[in-house]
Ligand binder design. Structure first.
Ligand code: SUG
Length: 442
């Protein structure tokens, strides 16, 4: 089994609209002028870098935005041009929400369980409903279609639709899920921010996006046994410090977990439980508030790194360059490399366009462990190589604007550009017609 990192290609409407309450970077950069072309190229270079390390890389396509169908579902009428014009004039906030390129953060696309772990030996993916943020909830429909197209073989793959769109089942996908394994055992660590049936402390200022009830439902859909699962609450103080997803303050891979002490409640009890289940092979590294303030971790994202296993069994960290410019964050990552754990090196990478919306390297990828047979069963051309890199680069350069502000969302020419770019992309990636605009006249 190898882990494939499915990165989201940054979409042609990448912008800074300040849409995510509780995501401090999103709020801080609201109104900045976007450069979708540069943002998409930055993401593509990250994929190339990860692939160059010997890790397995793949891509997921962006989604069509502005989402005119969503605007229609809110009562706006007329042809596309009329809907966009009314939205811009009378409902600019709705237009911004329906135009976000947020599907680029594929760590939120779905939660994944490899076939090795599942009772029925299938690879399971459950699409996230993302109901806690309206602009993100619009992603689930197309994500389901894309994942079903890629993981089409029903004998091997089960792609579950998003959980019902209710607060009880608010689900943010893999950003709150960590799979750990040692020679002794495998544990799926599901983190949640709140529970309806077992209410506990809540953050005071910001929303807790993931519910325990959603995490439990996902674990059942994935046919995991109770002894494979740990459900643990995110620290409300961490959420209030801006850690809207667990992956802002913790990241794990195989037998290694690094986390901030504000990531979870009762950190010590959690670590003891993990140690009990996973045995002596588990390596842990905890940053205290004194070593690295949660506020600094939220600003510079050292935990939103990719922890990649390489062929020789060692691991490397791919961290955002913001973490290298901060003394506390970079010292912490150096300590991780120095200590007795599998991590050999830290590489810093520039994904600033994504960081300004609260998305670091780890947010930009969905980890999908695949066996060779499963890899062969995927016919879409989503696996990264130099030829695909070159074609995607040329495609971005051909279709993307280098300047975008929220007023541009009303431009009917933008919608046409997006449709023709994405139509071409589905051919390039051999995905067939996955978008609504390719399937039916409005
Ligand atoms: O859901 N930002 C995303 C960032 C997601 C990061 N993902 C993980 N941590 N896994 C969010 O808050 C902001 C868009 C804007 O404001 O324009 C946004 O949606």
């Amino acid at each position: 089994m190898q882990e494939y990192n499915f990165d989201g290609l940054v979409g042609p409407t990448h912008s800074y609209a300040g849409l995510s309450h509780g995501n401090l970077a999103s709020a801080a950069h609201a109104g900045h002028v976007g450069n979708p072309r540069a943002a998409a190229l930055q993401g593509l270079e990250k994929m190339r870098f990860v692939a160059s390390l010997g890790a397995y890389q793949a891509v997921l396509p962006p989604q069509p935005r502005p989402d005119v169908a969503a605007l229609r579902s809110l009562g706006l009428t007329g042809d596309d041009r009329a809907v966009l014009a009314v939205a811009a004039r009378e409902h600019p906030q709705l237009l911004r929400l329906c135009s976000s390129a947020s599907a680029m953060w594929t760590a939120n696309a779905a939660t994944v369980a490899p076939s090795d772990d599942s009772e029925d030996r299938k690879l399971h993916l459950t699409v996230a409903n993302l109901v806690s943020m309206f602009h993100r909830s619009l992603e689930a429909h197309t994500t389901t279609r894309v994942l079903r197209r890629i993981f089409a073989d029903r004998e091997r793959f089960a792609v579950h639709p998003a959980l019902p769109a209710a607060e009880l089942l608010s689900d943010e996908g893999a950003a709150n899920h960590t799979r750990l394994c040692t020679d002794a055992a495998t544990v799926h660590l599901f983190a949640y921010g709140r529970s309806t049936f077992r209410p506990g402390a809540l953050p005071r200022s910001f929303p807790a996006r993931q519910s325990l009830e959603a995490s439990e439902a996902v674990s059942r859909l994935h046919r995991l046994l109770p002894e494979q699962c740990v459900f643990w609450q995110q620290d409300p103080a961490g959420i209030d410090a801006g850690a809207f997803h667990t992956d802002v303050l913790a990241v794990g891979n195989a037998n290694f977990l690094m986390l901030h002490e504000r990531a979870f409640v009762e950190t010590q009890a959690l670590l003891e439980q993990l140690q009990r289940r996973l045995g002596g092979g588990l390596r842990l590294c905890v940053a205290t508030e004194g070593e690295l303030a949660a506020a600094t971790a939220v600003k510079t994202y050292p935990f939103n790194s990719q922890l990649l296993s390489l062929a020789d069994g060692s691991m490397v960290i791919v961290a955002p360059s913001e973490a290298s410019s901060d003394a506390q964050a970079s010292r912490f990552l150096e300590r991780v490399v120095d200590e007795a754990n599998p991590v050999r090196a830290v590489h810093y990478i520039d994904v600033n366009a994504s960081m300004k919306n609260g998305g670091g390297p780890a947010c930009l990828r969905l980890r999908v462990p695949l066996t060779d047979g499963e890899r062969q069963a995927v016919s879409a051309r989503v696996f990264f190589d130099e030829a695909l890199y070159a074609e995607l680069k040329a495609w971005i350069e051909r279709h993307y604007r280098d300047r975008l502000t929220p007023t541009d969302f009303a431009d009917p020419a933008l919608l046409n550009e997006v449709y023709s770019a994405l139509d071409e992309l589905t051919r390039l990636l051999a995905l067939g017609s996955v978008y609504d605009f390719q399937r039916s006249a409005p």
